[in-house]
Write a protein that binds this ligand. Structure first.
Ligand code: SF4
Length: 428
């Protein structure tokens, strides 16, 4: 979402007459977009800002955007006095106005209010990828997972109207984009605020029907709001990619309760059964945190058992680390770093073995890929399957970017834990 926020900020500023340059050195205005999902984000931001300090005397304007801006607020001015603008994502609709204030001589401007029902809904977005486009459909979060800073940094949940999402999807298709990725912190909590009252499953169906769109993905889903109608919609339309990312965080219902995740392991597994029993075959991926305060060896074992049960196609795993402005901060950071590291390694090793098996199952199958690039040294094209796997392949066309953006059938000939290798085939 941060990447896409940057695209929207750039597009909005370009529509106001700014132009983008290649490096901070050549810019008159430097906006530094930040994310605080990882540990020590603030330190990294301040050390990066320090690097910009030398440039500050040359009449440049510096601004900090994103989660660290929201989290640190005006303290940023104290630690990095050359910064003139600090704004969280809930204030991006006011960005143009804030820049006018700076250019008319104001020394410091902030946009830190979370009290908004607006989304950063702009027709001006400078998209980096010519084939895949992101559309934010819902911003913020009304949940309160104990470890997560997002409700504090991105404000309350706000959905865009279905009409505004649909017109953006149609415009993107007309511009030649073929893959759309719907974004939201809890994308499946989407509730159309207009009288049409579409839910997420309806929105998926309608976006998939836009002429010219070949693939639709979405991220990230919250298990509690993952209803059966979503699987039904996916089963009915193959434009909806055969991949579900469903973050579980822990396999222990006790840990899930202390994380305030709003579902039990059994409730989560019911969703997995819907997906596994569906008509199409879906790839399922997840996020897991190890070492949450109070996670016993038995709780951790429950997470390992969950991996055996679900057989994820891939997962993102993290060691718990405390974040400012979160409920878990009061629980302390009880599990020793070495123990967390050990659990992370055990988890990753187990998942690696699962991925090796699951990817090997695909050898001999023909997968449609969207060609994303060329690996000249390996003599391979880089493709992505609907299930979100990287499938590198050979093709008689070997030069330039001739195949990039095309959809091609590829037979899988080899597999590894993280990707597949294959050869282009002609399907008759
Ligand atoms: S659902 Fe939980 S983890 Fe996801 S953004 Fe909201 S608070 Fe954070």
């Amino acid at each position: 979402m941060n990447v896409h926020d940057s695209e929207k900020v750039i597009g909005t500023l370009m529509a106001q007459g700014y132009s983008q340059v290649e490096t901070p050195e050549t810019a008159g205005l430097v906006l530094y977009n930040t994310c605080s999902i990882r540990d020590k984000a603030e330190q990294k931001v301040f050390s990066r800002l320090q690097n910009f300090k030398r440039e500050a005397g040359k009449g440049k304007i510096f601004g900090v955007l994103g989660c660290v801006a929201q989290q640190e607020g005006e303290k940023i001015f104290d630690r990095a006095p050359h910064v003139s603008l600090v704004a969280g994502s809930a204030s991006y609709t006011r960005l143009g106005e804030m820049l006018v204030q700076l250019e008319s001589g104001n020394r410091r401007v902030t946009g830190l209010s979370l009290d908004t029902d607006e989304t950063f809904d702009t027709p001006f977005t400078r998209r980096d990828n010519p084939h895949r486009a992101y559309i934010t459909i819902i911003e913020g979060c009304d949940k309160s997972c104990a470890y997560c800073v997002v409700p504090f940094t991105r404000g309350p949940e706000r959905s865009r109207t279905s009409e505004s999402v649909m017109s953006e999807a149609r415009r993107l298709a007309e511009q030649g984009f073929t893959e759309i990725q719907l974004l939201g912190q809890n994308v499946n909590s989407y509730r159309d605020p207009s009288p049409a009252r579409w839910d997420f499953a309806m929105l998926l169906r309608r976006v998939a029907d836009v002429p010219g769109i070949r693939r639709v993905r979405y991220t990230t889903s919250h298990p509690r709001d993952f209803v059966r109608a979503i699987v039904d919609a996916m089963d009915e339309n193959e434009v909806l990619c055969d991949h579900v990312h469903l973050p579980v965080q822990s396999g222990s219902s006790k840990v899930l309760a202390s994380m305030d995740r709003l579902y039990t392991r059994d409730e989560y597994m019911r969703r997995i059964e819907w997906i596994r029993n569906a008509r199409r075959r879906y790839s399922i991926t997840t996020d897991i945190i190890v070492g949450f305060p109070g996670e016993t060896p038995e709780d951790f074992q429950a997470t390992l058992d969950l991996l055996d049960e679900v057989q994820y196609d891939s997962l993102f795993s993290f060691k718990y680390s405390p974040r400012p402005n979160t409920a878990a901060l009061a629980m302390g950071d009880k599990i020793a770093e070495e123990e967390k590291q050990q659990r992370l390694l055990i988890l990753q090793e187990k998942q690696r073995a699962i991925q090796i098996r699951r990817n090997a199952d695909l050898i001999g199958s023909v997968q449609e890929v969207l060609v994303e690039g060329r690996h000249q040294a390996l003599g391979q094209w880089i493709g992505r399957t609907s299930s979100n796997r990287t499938l590198n392949f050979t093709h008689s066309e070997t030069g330039g970017g001739a195949l990039i953006g095309k959809y091609l059938p590829v037979r899988v000939t080899r597999s590894g834990p993280n990707s597949l290798v294959g050869e282009s085939v002609t399907v008759v």
